[in-house]
Design a protein around this ligand. Sequence first.
Ligand code: URA
Length: 235
Amino acid sequence: MERLDKILVSQGVGSRSEVQKLIKKKNVAVDGEIVTKPDYKVEPENAEIKVAGQALSFKKHLYIMMNKPAGVVSATKDSRDKTVLDILPDKLRRKNLAPVGRLDKDTEGLMIISDDGEFAHRVLSPKKHIYKKYYAELNGKLTEKMIESFKNGITLKDGTRFLPAELTILSENSAYVEIREGKFHQVKKMFSSQGLSVTYLKRVKIGGLSLDSNLHIGECRELTDYEKQTIFIGI
Ligand code: URA
C-alpha cells in the first residue's frame, strides 16, 4: 500500500504539491470514489485510479535517458557531489531508481536510469557484450596505428586486457570509440596506453540506443518501449 499522492507523483502526474492540489480539489478517484486525502493508502497495481476522469495506466518501472552533465556522479548517493538522481525532475523521481552502469564524474552523455534491476543486469551483463560508443577529444595526435592497436585488444602494463575495440578517427585529436565492456576508466586507460590523455569524453550510444540530440545537458526523458528494445537488438 502506498500514499495516493506519492503514486501520482511516481506516475508523472505532477509534483507533490500539484498532485495534492488535484486530490484536494476532488479530481482524483480510486475505484470509482472521489478521494480527497493525499495520504489515502492505495495498492497501485490493483486499484483503478482516475485523474480528471482519465484512467491512469500504472507503470511498474521507469526507464530514463539522461544527458549526464560533467560534475555529477553516477551513483545513488554521495556525501560530496550531486548524483544523477539528485538532478532528476520531480515527475521522474521514485523509489529504487539507480543509474544503469557508470560514467566518470567528468564524462558527459547518455546515461540510463531505471528501477528495473533485471533490465539493468541485462544491459550490464558482460556476457551480452552490448556496445557503448563514446566521442573523445585528446591532447595529442591520433594515428592509424592506434586503430590497429584498439582492434587487436589493448593490454596494459599491469596486465589488464581489453577486448577488441573500434576507433574511428574524426580529426587529428577527436574520435569515436566503441567498446563492449565497461571496465573502470576504460576509454581513458586505452588512450593513455597510446600516450594520449582524454580531454573530453561523452557517451553517445548504448547498443542501438543513441543519445537524443534534443536533450540538453542535464535533461532527461522516459525511454519509449521501442528505444528500450534497441539497446539489445542494436538497431
Ligand atoms: N571510459 C572512461 O574512461 N570513462 C567513462 O566515463 C566511461 C568509459
